[in-house]
Design a protein around this ligand. Structure first.
Ligand SMILES: [Mn+2]
Length: 503
């Protein structure tokens, strides 16, 4: 995470005053992220204000409780312009869900985790894969050694992620997990807020939504539209829908806050909820989570550009149906690929990383490696090594296979990864970046493969993974190892040329 953040908060301290603005009709995540920034600046003696605008005054019981119990000094303002630095959190200055507190875009900073829709503000930190804006601010605060996060701010950050991910059910990004493990929130307050979250009107909305479910019997999916309400209702309805025998994956959505918020659930291997959520939001928003529960958000403005005449419901139904009809599914153990149409390539001598598991901990101990794709648990043993690919993917490899396929290399390892994998050792309560212990290695070049460009979204069930699959977009490469025709996998278009060359 930290190598992805360009803006250091301490560089903003030279402004004489700072206004932090949440989106209109603020939610817990916007308030939490704003409050953490407010506390950071104030603790370093910088005058700051935490504000929101728009016609709706905060009135949800859980938010009122959060603000009172954590002493969050948020104010509603209609002042048309502010001096000093303006930071918009959980939203983007100039977008439709946040009132403009200033005519020009000068001295503005954006800190947000939605899909980028404003491109003319140079100081923007926009990370759409994160579960909450609270996570982003937390990661930025990790870079500030002069500041340690007080407990009421920790509680706010925790609650921001909690409410943005359907009570943590849809958490998927490794940085979200890192933050959860590092915080010590006031759990009794979290519990009180959790039980003041849904109104009687929300409950009635959930009941009505259940009557408006459309079901597809060919693919066993359902789509449910919910009237505007608390986003947690989406999780509640989808958790119920997935229990129906004729439903093996479902999408529940509503339109709020200038966009579409949706939850995805799946209980079958052929559909990973996080990957389905990313597919639904592709080009118009962001989606993610984990294999059985996920969610996402689509910005109204992006949807209008792409599909000017479709309603939100029609768009959702179209994308969901596309998801079930567009994919090629390839099972590597049992495929009928036409290898005569594929070209021959060999592996380039790229430096990968490896660590013998006994360099990390004693034999028999559990090693958890946290990656962008999820946590990988490995048992330490003399015969198991850990491999680290150039995109930060991590997988165990038999020592004997490693020694037959790779040569040690002195060249440094560099990753093109959004998140540098971390090692968690429960036995000794340590955690650190895996690259600190990794050595370099290079594949022996005699490995040759057959590969072809895909022209459709493709799911590949590899021989290495019993659960789940790899999902690729058109333009990715489908690769088959010549020495083992059952070893089929996908390589992202942007890294294929770095890993393989024609032969
Ligand atoms: Mn948010």
């Amino acid at each position: 995470m930290k190598d992805q953040i360009k803006l250091k908060l301490s560089t903003l301290l030279n402004n004489s005053s700072i206004v932090i603005q949440c989106h209109d009709t603020p939610d817990a995540d916007a308030i939490a992220a704003g409050f953490a920034l407010y506390d950071y600046f104030c603790s370093l003696g910088k005058p700051a204000r935490l504000v929101y605008s728009g016609k709706n005054t905060i009135d949800k019981p859980n938010l009122l409780l959060m603000i009172a119990a954590l002493s969050i000094p948020i104010e509603q303002t209609e002042h048309p312009h502010v001096d000093g630095l303006l930071i918009t959190v959980d939203c983007q200055f100039g977008a439709g869900n946040v009132s403009r507190l200033r005519e020009d875009a000068e001295n503005v900073v954006i800190i947000d985790h939605h899909r980028q829709e404003i491109f003319d503000i140079p100081r923007s930190e926009v990370h759409p894969k994160l579960g909450s804006c609270a996570t982003l601010v937390w990661a930025m605060l990790q870079e500030e050694s002069t500041y340690s996060i007080p407990q009421q701010v920790q509680t706010a950050l925790y609650y921001g992620l909690f409410t943005d991910t359907n009570s943590l059910a849809e958490v998927g990004h490794p940085s979200d997990k890192d933050m959860l493990e590092s915080l010590t929130p006031d759990l009794s307050l979290i519990n009180r807020m959790k039980n003041a979250n849904i109104t009687l009107a929300d409950m009635e909305t959930a009941g009505l939504a259940l009557l408006r479910t459309s079901h597809n019997a060919a693919f066993n999916y359902s789509v449910t539209a919910v009237k505007p309400c608390d986003p947690n209702i989406l999780g509640f309805v989808s958790d119920l829908a997935i229990q129906v025998d004729a439903v093996s994956s479902c999408v529940v959505f509503n339109t709020i806050n200038q966009g579409i918020k949706f939850s995805v659930r799946s209980c079958i291997q052929d559909v990973m909820a996080n990957e389905m959520a990313a597919f639904i939001a592709a080009d118009v928003g962001s989606g993610g989570g984990h294999v059985s529960k996920a969610g996402g958000f689509i910005a109204e403005s992006a949807l209008r550009l792409r599909e000017p005449t479709l309603s939100a419901e029609a768009f959702l139904l179209k994308r969901v149906h596309q998801y079930f009809t567009d994919f090629d599914i390839i099972n590597s153990r049992n495929h009928t690929l036409d290898t005569t149409a594929m070209s021959r390539y060999q592996k380039r001598p790229v430096t990968l990383g490896y660590v013998p598991t006994l360099d990390l901990t004693e034999s028999g101990n559990e090693i958890r490696v946290r990656t962008l794709e999820g946590d990988v648990d490995i048992l330490a043993s003399d015969s198991v090594y850990v491999m680290i690919g150039i995109q930060g993917e991590v997988y165990p490899i038999e020592r004997a296979v490693f020694e037959a396929s790779y040569d040690p290399a002195d060249a440094p390892i560099s990753l093109l990864a959004e998140y540098t994998p971390r090692v968690y050792l429960r036995a000794s309560e340590q955690n650190f970046e895996i690259l600190e212990r990794a050595k370099g290695c290079v594949a022996r070049s005699h490995v040759s493969v057959l590969a072809t460009l895909t022209d459709k979204p493709t799911k590949v069930f590899t021989k290495w993974h019993d659960v789940g699959y790899f999902a690729g977009q058109p333009g990715d490469y489908l690769v088959l190892k010549e020495s083992d025709p059952n070893d089929v996998y996908l390589v992202k278009s942007e890294i294929f040329a770095q890993l393989y060359e024609p032969c």
